[in-house]
Design a protein around this ligand. Structure first.
Ligand code: P6P
Length: 342
């Protein structure tokens, strides 16, 4: 009976018919499906593939690139260029826009090919994160301006998590669905239909080693969670930190909770840690479509007007009631008169 499952190709065709699509979106997602299956194969071969370790190069972020960062980026570029469905791309691993030659595509792809890749060598889950925009009328994909669109303009977004299983989770604005890769037949199968984030979660994810840099709202929220039953929350929480955003977001989609990487006194000069266009925006779209909330503390992530391709932002996302609480703390903090130096 295992053959009676809804595969991703069938799901896309059904959605195309249901929504009266032309088949272009199906082609876009098929490109991404092939890309992520290929990356999954490379990641899952681990040390046997000889692609562990550092590539000896740095990306535009100034981060040391892992062998698999470079390989995953190359796979994204090759698989999507071949389809001719894309006008251009922006990657965390590339400083400038990549224009798809000989393409009549009208869509833009923005991606982090292998997020959390510092975990690769120690066999912890990593992910690919992607965002799809339309090429604005009259704009050329060779120019940054075409990509500088707020997250509310995303056509679709999602991630593929290379963990104990490989899962692709995405939204096209009609809810969130999760597909697990059946390696035996090489196809993604619908295993998590219509994902909804539980509104009450008991896990918060933050890099607590940065506590000395945090602003007051972040410190208040985390301290109250840590105080558990003995504090104002009246219940206990657990802290999680995987170092891989896709893994954190996936856990939150299924169990509820919060993920916080706020701007802080150390990263504020760069605008934060996480990149707006290909990390924060796609994850915000997925989280909101699953009934959650995503903010930088003071503004809805998807309403931020981007100014630069690799712009960074603070990110607080997850269960709506929890993220609303953090937002309230920011509002209260901003409403307080500045401390008068004595
Ligand atoms: P830190 C990975 O580099 C990443 O962009 C996210 O996937 C992850 O949540 C975060 O940075 C980890 O940051 O400061 O713990 O290394």
């Amino acid at each position: 009976m295992t053959y009676k499952r809804l595969t991703l190709p069938l799901f896309l065709i059904q959605e195309q018919r249901r929504l009266g699509g032309t088949g272009v979106f199906t082609a876009l997602m098929t490109d991404l499906c092939t890309t992520c299956k290929t990356i999954s194969n490379e990641v899952n071969r681990g040390a046997m593939a000889g692609t562990m370790g550092y590539a000896g190069s740095r990306n535009v972020q100034g981060e040391d690139q892992k062998e698999l960062d470079v390989l995953a980026n190359d796979i994204f570029l090759y698989m999507t260029d071949q389809g001719g469905n894309w006008a251009g791309m922006v990657s965390e691993e590339l400083e400038d826009v990549h224009v798809s030659v000989e393409s009549d595509g009208r869509y833009l792809l923005l991606f982090d090919p292998l997020d959390g890749s510092s975990n690769i060598d120690v066999n912890i889950a990593v992910g690919s994160i992607f965002s799809i925009l339309r090429l604005p009328e009259g704009m050329t994909p060779s120019k940054e301006a075409a990509f500088l669109q707020p997250g509310v303009r995303q056509v679709a977004a999602g991630y593929t998590l290379y963990g104990s299983s490989t899962m692709m989770v995405f939204t096209s604005g009609h809810g969130v669905n999760g597909f697990t890769l059946d390696h035996n037949i090489g196809v993604f199968v619908l295993t998590h239909p219509n994902i909804r984030i539980p509104d009450v979660g008991s896990e918060y994810a933050i890099n607590s080693s940065r506590r000395r840099f945090w602003d007051e709202p972040t410190r208040r929220y985390v301290d109250e969670c840590a105080e558990g039953k003995t504090g104002p929350r009246g219940r206990d929480f657990s802290m999680r930190w995987v170092g891989s955003m896709a893994a954190e977001v996936h856990r939150i989609l299924l169990k509820g909770g919060t993920f916080l990487y706020p701007t802080d006194s150390e990263n504020i000069a760069k605008g934060g840690k996480l990149r707006l266009l290909y990390e924060a925006n796609p994850m915000a779209f997925v989280v909101e479509q699953a009934g959650g909330m995503a903010t930088n503390g003071r503004q809805r992530i998807m309403e931020i007007e981007p100014k630069r391709l690799h712009e960074r932002t603070g990110v607080i996302l997850g269960s709506k009631s929890e993220v609303e609480r953090v937002s309230q703390y920011y509002q209260q903090c901003d409403a307080e008169p500045p401390a008068v130096a004595v």
